[in-house]
Design a protein around this ligand. Sequence first.
Ligand SMILES: [Fe+2]
Length: 410
Amino acid sequence: MKDPTNDWPAWPEFSKETGENHLDNVLIKKEILAKYGEQALRQSWTKVCQHLAGVTENIAKKQSSVIQEIEYADLSTLPEQKKAELKRTGCFVIRNVIPRSTATEWFEQLQTYVADNKDIITGWPEATPYILKLFRSPTQIAARTHPNALALHRELNSWWHYKSDTKKSFVEPYAYADALRIRPGGVPFYGLGPHIDAGSLCRWADLKYQDTYANIWAGEPEHWNPYDLSIRKDANQAFFPGQTQSTTQAGAGEGSLLLYPDIRYSIAYVLLRPFFQPPAQEKDILDPDKWSFDVEDPYPGPFPHLRLKDCLVNIPTMYPGDTIWWHTDMCHAVEVEHKGKNISSVVYVASVPTTDINTRYMKNQAEDFLKGVSPQDHRGGCYEYDLKGFPGEKAILSGPDGAKAMGLTL
Ligand SMILES: [Fe+2]
C-alpha cells in the first residue's frame, strides 16, 4: 500500500471551487431519477460499493502488477481466458509493438523536428508546454500507420461487442490525429489530474450515452458490458479507447501515467456517486447504506470508495516501442512529479473502430490534413504545412492500408 501520509497533489478536480459544479447537473440527475427511480439507483449503489471493497483491496495490495503485460508477438494467440482478464482490468501494456531501435529513431527525428520549428509550435500549459499542439509530425504519422500498429488496432477494435449490425465490420482502424507529450525531468505538472476522457459529463447528459449505462442505472451493474458498442457507437462522444505509445523510457516518479485498473465498478461508482451524500459520521463513510439519496447538490464531492490514493497506480516502466492501453471509461492521471533524468515522451494514438460517427470525423480530419490545419478536436495549433520538414502524405506507412486509416479514401 502507498504511504497514506504522502501528500495528495493539489489537482484542481478535488476542490469545490474549481470542480465541475454547474446547476445543469441537478436537472440531469432529476431526469435520470425520473427514468430509473430511487430504488434502482440505490440498489446499484449498494452493490457497487460492496464490490469495490474487494476490488480496491486487491489493487492496493498488488499495485502496478495488476496491470498485465503482453508481448506484441503473442497478441494474436492470446487464450480467451487471458483476454477476458485484460478486458476486466480494462488496461494493459503491449510491449515491443514497434522495434525499439525504430522507436528510438522516431524520437530523435521528433526532437529535431520540434527544435527546427520551436518558434512556431505551440503547446500546453503555456508557461512550460509539455503537450505539443502538433498532429502530423513524421513520427506521429508513422506511429499511427506502422503495419504493427494497424494490426494491433484491428485486434483491439474486434474486442468490442455488438448486439446488432452483426454483418457490418467495425474493426478496420482509423488513424486519429492526437497531440504528443515531451516532458523533461524536474518540473512538476498539475494539468492532468484524475479524469475520464471521451465526453466526461456527456455520460449523464447525452441520452444515448446515458443509455449505454442502462444496466448501471437500473440496479444491475453486474450485467453491464463495458465492451458493448450497440448504443455507445451512437453516443455523443467520438473515440474509443485511448492508447499512448512510448518513444522513450519512463517509469514511476518519472512523469508517467497513473491508471485505475478496474473498469466495470469504477465507472459505475463514478456514475452513481452524484446521487448520494456522505453520512455525517466519518466512521460510516464506507457503509453505502449510511449515504443519503440526493439530486439537489450539483457537486459530487469526494469518491472515498474508490480509494484513489491507494488504487490509482503507476503503469509499469515503459520502454521505446511499448504501448499502454486503457478503456475509454477508465479514470487516469499524469504524475505531477517527474524526478527522473530522462525526457519522457509519449505519442498519443487511439484505437478507433469504424463507427459512423468516427467515419464522419475521419473524412473531416483527412480534409484538414490536406489543408494543413489542426484537426477539428484540436483547433488552435499552428499551420503545419509551414513547418520545416513537414512530411505530408510521404510519412504514411503501410501503403493503401495506411492511406485508408488516415481517412484519405473516404
Ligand atoms: Fe486523459
